[in-house]
Design a protein around this ligand. Sequence first.
Ligand code: FES
Length: 102
Amino acid sequence: MSQSYRVAVVDEVPPGTGKEVMAGDQVVALFNVDGTFHALDGICPHAGGPLGEGTLRGATITCPWHGWQFDVTDGHNCLNAKIRHASFPVRVEGNDVLVEVE
Ligand code: FES
């Protein structure tokens, strides 16, 4: 069963940035791409790096540990289409950013 968690306020994650947050027990990498929020599993599938601390360029996040890149809008790996990282629904209610996780 999925549950929504308030993970940030809008101003905490300005456009073009990301942040590592918690949604219950789930580490989430939250990103703001031109005012639209996106959320991925915050743990990189390569070796566990913190995706929320990576570098965001457009809709592409680069993991700070070894440089794997993911499209934050759907979680697909930019070099290997077979790798798709978990993503989570995000919505904004007033000034709150909510992420829905299982
Ligand atoms: S842990 Fe993310 S690229 Fe290696």
